[in-house]
Design a protein around this ligand. Sequence first.
Ligand SMILES: [Zn+2]
Length: 329
Amino acid sequence: MSVKLYSNEPVKRLIKSMISKEREPHSIVITGERGQGKKALAKYIAASLLCEAGQGEPCGECKSCRMLERGGHPDFITANANENGNYQVDIIRELVSDAVVKPNEGKFKVYLIPDLDRSLNTSVQVQNILLKLIEEPPEHCIIILTAATKEIFLETVISRVLCLNVLPCNDEECRNYLENRYGQYGDYTSKDFECAAAFGGGTIGRCIEYLEDKSVALAMDIAKLGAEAICKGSEYELLKAFFAADGKKAIFRRVIELLQEAFRDALILRLGFDKTVGCMPEMSAKLAGRFNIDGCRGICELLGDYINRIDANANLTLAMNSLAARFFR
Ligand SMILES: [Zn+2]
């Protein structure tokens, strides 16, 4: 992953100005949708702090920038969650005790704890363990947390951090980025880039996923068929669509996420806004014609509940059957 960052100019200017005034923020929360570039922004901030050129932005050429680009900088430490997204408290305790140790290379040590909203079981514990570090950070210590929304943070935490929100790119910025990154290999056509940009809805990470991961296109097909079956009121067709993902947990989870997004957009339309953000605008419009506000909201919650069940290793076939039935009760 490059240390360069596309778009988000206001955030970049803010970071640059803080660093040049030596008023570096010691605790940062980055919010934004999945794949929208929270980790890329965290890495950009780390690179800006650690760059040897000291310009308040990464030069991309010094030893530090190159180490970061290769993913092996000893002073940029990323905490790892388990496969369900939960952080073990021991890992966070270790991180806190490591944070008092001076940096290896430069002036700072940057810790990244990504996707704290996905750590459903331990999010609060993790924040409580980090609190002391956030209240009284050592001079060299910078801690960056990311999550989909601010709401998951404790008041004591959120009141002490610099809160940054990553902004989506427009379709043209996405296409330009993809053409720059992939165009030279000749594996993709400009039509592919267009589809990926449409799927990504302003989120570079999702565009990349669409291009690189064939299962995303499959999940997208299943979600579209599923949404059509829901509109038609056919439980049989919905189940048939779901079963294309039988035995493929990750794909079915993605299908549910896509459906949730389509219903969220239907809700947005129902509430009277005309701009949706997801990748199935036509389907969302159809769903908005069939479900009212409460219906859309209820289904979003229902789908969220099924995502949790899948994460908790529920039996996939049973989950498909019971979810399909819930739509037609
Ligand atoms: Zn540099």
